[in-house]
Design a protein around this ligand. Structure first.
Ligand SMILES: *Cc1c(COP(=O)(O)O)cnc(C)c1O
Length: 368
């Protein structure tokens, strides 16, 4: 096992959720899908609850069931599945379920008819993302089915929701366009006499930039981990603190002459006699191979670019000729005083979401 360590500051998640709660009059659903964006499903869920999240949101049914199994008793919504999803388990566990099609509604009604408790359903509306949800054209037909099932007491529609395509580009015209379509969907629901408990649209970016689109419930994900997807005009990161840090260790230092090629393909060649440091972490640990020669790490408060290619379990940094760095020194890949998840994202051409999912998914985490 390499020396890569992923530490999660659960107090930061609690504090970030409390900060978001303070920015809205809506209820907050903390999104903890994909193992809490790599921060730990159950730990992130608990920390979010402590910060005032009255809802937790997950994409996949098994995540909702795991939260329940490990003791979460609050409201949970899950939204991503096809018609073969575990409807009975979810409904018996008191998980709210999203409906994107008549087929899924049919499954839910069938389970209910078969004696399960009355399911709590949120209708997903595709207002322009082109992903989950029914289109505005399909909505009246779906609501007819809902009304028939509601008359028999087989289902309760409690929510209507949608998701934005461009929320991280404040001012993008699609935001208002999607909001308008969402409002039309709400009117259609109202005309069908469907009494909604919660209407929800906002992800992190929308929660931070568009208070007028919070409706009854906001669904921040990345922001609860301290990584806002939009820039704070006040330069204070909206008061959010990154919750994940990633460190490793120098396991070998050695002096080499000028002209020494480093790592596979000799992409990096030393220009002076220097000292190389071998870091115990590689692409098997979530260090993007694309980070070779571009991403930086920090040791003893100084930044070093990765020298040449990232290997499966290791990479090299050039410590320079007069280094005091020695074996056992901590290497910060992400963390206070070192690079951020956004720095890694910029270096490898992705978003910080993928960076934390990848590092966090690579191994057991430690929590504080
Ligand atoms: C992932 C997701 C969110 C959270 O998005 P962030 O950009 O991380 O805030 C909210 N709603 C849905 C439907 C999602 O899939």
């Amino acid at each position: 096992m390499s020396r890569l360590t992923v530490k999660i500051d659960t107090d930061a998640i609690t504090s970030n959720v409390a900060t978001l709660v303070g920015r809205t009059t809506a209820a907050v659903m903390a999104v903890v899908k994909a193992d809490g964006y790599g921060h730990g499903l159950v730990e992130a869920g608990r920390a979010a609850r402590a910060g005032g999240a009255t809802w937790l949101g997950v994409a996949q049914p098994h995540e909702a069931l795991e939260l329940r199994a490990l003791g979460d008793e609050g409201r949970i919504l899950t939204w991503l599945y096809g018609p073969d999803f575990p409807a009975r388990e979810l409904i018996e566990a008191g998980v709210d379920v999203s409906v994107s099609s008549a087929e899924v509604l049919g499954e839910i009604v069938a389970v209910s008819r078969d004696g399960a408790p009355c399911p709590r359903v949120h209708i997903a509306v595709d207002t322009g993302l082109g992903r989950e949800g029914v289109t505005l054209a399909e909505l009246p037909g779906l609501l007819e089915l809902v009304k028939a099932a509601q008359r028999e007491g087989l289902v309760r529609v409690v929510g209507m929701w949608s998701h934005l395509a461009w929320a991280d580009a404040p001012g993008h015209p699609t935001i208002d366009l999607q909001a308008r379509v969402f409002r039309q969907a709400l009117v259609i629901a109202q005309q069908a006499s469907i009494a909604l408990e919660v209407r929800h649209l906002a992800n992190s970016a929308c929660t931070l930039t568009r208070p007028d689109l919070h409706f009854d419930l906001v669904r921040p994900g990345i922001a609860i981990y301290g990584l806002p997807p939009v820039e704070d005009p006040e330069g204070k990161n909206f008061g959010l603190k990154p919750a994940m840090s990633v460190t490793s260790e120098i396991i070998l230092v050695k002096d080499v002459p000028a002209g020494q090629g480093v790592s596979y393909g000799h992409e990096y060649v030393t220009v002076h006699p220097t000292t190389l440091g071998l870091v115990s972490a590689g692409y098997a640990d979530g260090v993007f191979r694309a980070a070779g020669s571009v991403a930086e790490v920090s040791v003893r408060g100084r930044r070093y670019r990765i020298a040449g290619r990232v290997c499966m379990d290791q990479f090299v940094i050039d410590l320079g000729p007069a280094t005091t760095v020695c074996v056992g020194d901590e290497v910060t890949l992400i963390g206070p005083g070192g690079p951020s998840a956004q720095d890694w994202a910029t270096a490898v051409g992705t978003i910080d979401y993928e960076i934390v999912c990848r590092f966090g998914g690579s191994r057991p985490k430690t929590f504080s």
